[in-house]
Design a protein. Structure first.
Length: 138
């Protein structure tokens, strides 16, 4: 997983984004159509403080990747949307990420299987001690 995260950070930097900017664009693009994409919503999704997301949005807006709009039903609410430039950068990054995931898939699957087996072994540890017949390899 760490290798993929490193790849993702490097890929974002290659197109002039920080990893947090990339994550912001992903959250905006991946939200359900009826979701009000406010700074508060994005802060909760990104697990960041409100003021940090405001600064992140400012930088993305200055780069032409997102735009702020007033909600037509509630003029006090500002919602965020991707611009065409933001969609294009995200498309480029998504192609790169898809290629990398396809290459890493066998290794990721093996790692997840090992973690799953280890978790199963830990949950049945008590039972194994009591029966004297270990079911998991040490």
């Amino acid at each position: 997983m760490r290798n993929f995260l490193h790849f993702s950070e490097s890929a974002a930097l290659r197109v002039g984004l920080t990893s947090q900017q990339h994550q912001l664009l992903l959250q905006i693009a991946g939200a359900a159509p009826d979701t009000a994409l406010t700074v508060g919503y994005l802060a909760s999704r990104l697990v960041l403080r409100h003021h940090s997301v405001v600064e992140l949005c400012n930088r993305c807006e200055e780069a032409g990747l997102i735009a702020r709009e007033r909600n037509p039903q509630n003029r006090r609410m500002v919602v965020l949307k991707l611009t065409e430039a933001g969609r294009e950068v995200l498309r480029e990054l998504s192609i790169d990420h898809s290629r990398e995931l396809n290459q890493l898939a066998p290794q990721l699957i093996r790692s997840l299987e090992m973690l799953s087996n280890a978790a199963h072994c830990r949950t049945s540890e008590e039972e194994e001690r009591n029966s004297g017949n270990p079911r998991c390899d040490a």
